[in-house]
Ligand binder design. Structure first.
Ligand SMILES: Nc1ncnc2c1ncn2[C@@H]1O[C@H](COP(=O)(O)OP(=O)(O)O)[C@@H](O)[C@H]1O
Ligand SMILES: O=c1ccn([C@@H]2O[C@H](COP(=O)(O)OP(=O)(O)O)[C@@H](O)[C@H]2O)c(=O)[nH]1
Length: 246
């Protein structure tokens, strides 16, 4: 049976796309080819009835910590980083809508006339109606990351799973980009991620999902079809879930 004919395992997911993933092979900015490929894969989920929320990062444009390292005030840098995520969200919406996928962009920072202000109940209504909802501007607060925003929004809108799309195949014993001997985990508890200091997500995000029992799957977005496969019950990447409190 083709995957696209299979029943989804999850009704509602929250997909975290890093800003860097949108760069493709470029050093900065957005590669429209990458956006269109992502739109195609997201459209496959919508096509089998999965409700999709998305949080996009901004690391392809600005990161507060890097701007601060270069001398800028940290909060100003974080504001720039959050605005960068809104630009990415607009580009993603454009690509999704060109693929005939109804898409809403909400922002944690009010931006009247450009995008809607984030409203949880409205977001849930849009998701129930089959629209893709992109949650932009992170949490709206400095000193947080879009990984934390993805976990927060996933918990708030009662997603069944947070999916973190990365450039690597999952969570490893060490950064696989730097250490070719690193080994991949198929399943990990939240506490193992914290105790082993596995750097794939920041600690704030991991603590949040642990406290609210939200499962997270880390997977490689460059593998065509991996996203759809996971949503129909496949085991691509690494599942972070469970532990003593579950
Ligand atoms: N233990 C680990 N397992 C997997 N990836 C790790 C680990 N430690 C660090 N990383 C790095 O984390 C990155 C994934 O995080 P991501 O949010 O996509 O990147 P970034 O933080 O650069 O935006 C991977 O590209 C990988 O290089
Ligand atoms: O709740 C948030 C989310 C993001 N950011 C800022 O936005 C930047 C871009 O987000 P992130 O680094 O998480 O993007 P990604 O790594 O996913 O591309 C961050 O570096 C922060 O400066 C922030 O201040 N608060």
């Amino acid at each position: 049976m083709p995957i696209s004919d299979r029943q989804p395992k999850y009704k509602r997911i929250l997909l975290k796309l890093s800003g860097e993933a949108l760069m493709g092979d470029e050093d900065f900015g957005i590669d429209p080819k990458v956006l269109d490929r992502m739109a195609l894969e997201i459209g496959q989920l919508v096509g089998i009835g999965v409700q999709v929320g998305i949080v996009i990062g901004g690391g392809n444009l600005f990161r507060g910590a890097s701007l601060h390292a270069a001398g800028m005030d940290r909060v100003t840098g974080d504001h720039m980083g959050m605005l960068a995520t809104v630009m990415n969200a607009l580009a993603m919406r454009d690509s999704l809508e060109r693929s005939n996928i109804n898409t809403r962009v909400m922002s944690a920072i009010p931006m009247s006339g450009v995008v809607e202000h984030y409203d949880r109940r409205k977001a849930q209504r849009y998701l129930n109606g089959g629209d893709v909802v992109i949650f932009s501007a992170g949490t709206g607060n400095p000193f947080f990351t879009t990984d934390s925003a993805a976990c927060l929004r996933g918990i708030e809108v009662e997603a069944d799973l947070v999916l973190k799309a990365t450039k690597v195949d999952g969570v490893f014993t060490d950064d696989p980009v730097k250490n070719p001997d690193a080994e991949k985990f198929s399943v990990l508890s939240y506490d193992e991620v914290l105790i082993r200091k596995l750097g794939v997500m920041d600690l704030t995000a991991i603590c949040l999902v642990r406290d609210h029992h939200m499962p997270v799957r880390v997977f490689n977005m460059n593998k065509t079809g991996a996203l759809l496969n996971i949503v129909v019950g496949g085991n691509d990447g690494t599942l972070i879930a469970g532990g003593e409190n579950d």
